[in-house]
Write a protein that binds this ligand. Structure first.
Ligand code: 5GP
Length: 120
C-alpha cells in the first residue's frame, strides 16, 4: 500500500524524458506511454503533463474538469491507434484501497484480450 504524500513521482521523470518510456500519444497537455508491467496485450497509461495537485481522482476539483475530459478523450485516441476500439477498458485506481501506487493521476487503457467483469 502506497500513501499519497503529494511528492513528485516517477511519472514526472517520464514526462521530462529523464527516464525512457514507449510513448504512444503526446500533445501539449497529455502523455500516453506503455505500462512497464502490462496486464493485457495493450496496456497504456494516459497522464496529464501538469499534475496540478491531481495526485488521484479522489482529489479532483472543478478546475480539473477540462484536463479530465482531455484524458478521457486521449484514452479513446490511444484505443484507436492501438486497434482495440472494438473493446477496451479504462481504469483509474484512486487511493490506497484501490491499489493506486503512483500518485500522479493516470488512466489505464487496457485491451487486446477478453476482459472479465467484475474486476478483482
Ligand atoms: P496504479 O497502480 O498507480 O494504478 O498504476 C501505476 C502503474 O504504473 C502500474 O501499472 C505500473 O506498472 C506502472 N509503472 C510504474 N512505474 C513505471 C515506470 O517507470 N514506467 C512505466 N512505463 N510504467 C510504470
Amino acid at each position: 500500500v502506497v500513501a499519497d504524500t503529494g511528492a513528485p513521482t516517477i511519472f514526472d521523470k517520464i514526462i521530462a524524458k529523464e527516464i525512457p518510456s514507449t510513448i504512444v500519444y503526446e500533445d501539449e497537455k497529455v502523455l500516453a506511454f506503455r505500462d512497464i508491467s502490462p496486464e493485457a496485450p495493450v496496456h497504456v497509461l494516459v497522464i496529464p503533463k501538469f499534475r496540478d495537485g491531481l495526485t488521484q481522482l479522489g482529489k479532483a476539483e472543478e478546475k480539473h474538469s477540462e484536463i479530465l475530459g482531455r484524458l478521457l478523450y486521449a484514452a479513446k485516441v490511444v484505443a484507436e491507434k492501438e486497434g482495440i476500439l472494438d473493446g477496451f477498458r479504462v481504469v483509474i485506481n484512486s487511493g490506497p484501497s484501490a491499489c493506486q501506487s503512483v500518485y500522479h493521476l493516470h488512466l489505464h487503457v487496457l485491451g487486446g484480450r477478453q476482459m472479465k467483469w467484475p474486476p478483482g
